[in-house]
Design a protein around this ligand. Structure first.
Ligand SMILES: Cc1ncc(C[n+]2csc(CCOP(=O)(O)OP(=O)(O)O)c2C)c(N)n1
Ligand SMILES: [Mg+2]
Length: 331
């Protein structure tokens, strides 16, 4: 789509249209999978990141294609923002042979090396050492790549995250630790698990810069990420970004209810800070988006997701002899 306007923050108008479109793609993908999970067409569970799209788009959207990401259980948005195609992702959630991981990863364990997505993992905090390892490889081989490590506020007190942050700091590894603080780890409020008011202050103890970022603001997330990338590529080591955000829905498809642990008023307040609406307003004011382009983006993404669901539905199940293929490392 042809973009208008002069751009913003040193990025061209086309780039902002791309980032906005990524957010819409994430929103529509996840809104579509919720009923499919309920109907049992997608089996197992999935963790929607609706409400958190500005973190995924703001971080991944300013990376080079060869930069790596490591994600967690709430990773659809990160994968979409890093460039994965929705049909293969949808087929993966359906457990089909055409899925990005041949149906064996499912929602929580998507990986796509073509897009430098080393993997999503369901074990809270376990992505941190993997990100550190990739960053060590990038530094040793002088490739210029950076690595993003996404995790939630629930991972912040995991020992393995501490160890990984420490090693990244002492070895000045090109990694950015992106903590999506959506205020809850399942039903546990972050403030009950960490005495620090700002999780970003944790970074100081490791000797790395840490910033609290308004995670629903696409432009601000992009700005902090670009600065962190500059430090990483210049050999100045890791950065910790605490992106304050909020998930709109329950923890997962299996745990949709939030009433027991989240006040309804809090949910209403955060919905007023919808990251897509915020970006739409700013980009419209900057004459980058118009009501027509916004409607066209909505329409084209809806058609794309329709196509993704149809692709997943008509795809074959994996064949039985394939059951152990790609599951274990070669022995
Ligand atoms: C090591 C470990 N402990 C517990 C769990 C169960 N569990 C899955 S997600 C989750 C909450 C994670 O919260 P957070 O890191 O804040 O991410 P969010 O779900 O909010 O995106 C928990 C406790 C797990 N998967 N791994
Ligand atoms: Mg959380």
């Amino acid at each position: 789509m042809a973009a208008k306007g002069n751009g913003l923050d040193g990025l061209p108008a086309e780039k902002w249209v791309e980032l906005y479109t990524i957010m819409v793609r994430i929103r529509q993908f996840e809104e579509r999978i919720m009923p499919l999970l309920k109907e049992g067409k997608i089996r197992g569970t999935a963790h929607p990141s609706v409400g958190q799209e500005a973190v995924a788009a703001g971080v991944c959207g300013v990376l080079e294609p060869r930069d790596y990401i490591v994600s967690n259980h709430r990773g659809h948005g990160h994968c979409i923002a890093k460039g994965m195609r929705t049909p293969e992702m949808m087929a993966e959630l359906f457990g089909k042979a055409t899925g990005s991981n041949k149906g064996k990863g499912g929602s929580m364990h998507i990986a796509d090396l073509d897009h430098y997505i080393i993997g999503c993992t369901g074990i809270v905090g376990s992505g941190a050492p993997i990100a550190g390892g990739a960053a060590l490889a990038a530094k040793t081989q002088k490739t210029g790549q950076a690595v993003i490590c996404f995790f939630g506020d629930g991972a912040i007190n995991q020992g393995v995250v501490f160890e990984s942050m420490n090693m990244a700091a002492i070895w000045k590894l090109p990694v950015i630790f992106v903590c999506e603080n959506n205020l809850y780890a399942l039903s546990t409020p972050a403030e009950k698990m960490t005495a620090l008011k700002k999780l970003a202050d944790r970074a100081q103890g490791f000797g790395m810069p840490g910033f609290q970022v308004p995670g629903n603001e696409l432009r601000t997330v992009g700005k902090f990420t670009r600065e962190a990338l500059e430090r990483a590529r210049a050999g100045h080591g890791p950065t910790f970004l605490e992106c304050k955000t909020y998930r709109w829905y329950g923890h997962s498809a299996m745990r949709p209810d939030t009433r027991a642990y989240r006040p309804a008023e809090e949910e209403v307040e955060w919905r007023k800070r919808d990251p897509i609406a915020l970006a739409r307003k700013e980009l419209t004011e900057a004459k980058i988006l118009t009501p027509e382009t916004v409607a066209e983006i909505d329409r084209s993404i809806a058609a794309e997701i329709d196509g993704a669901v149809a692709f997943a539905e008509r795809s074959p199940d994996p064949s039985l002899p394939e059951i152990f293929t790609d599951v274990y490392a070669p022995y």
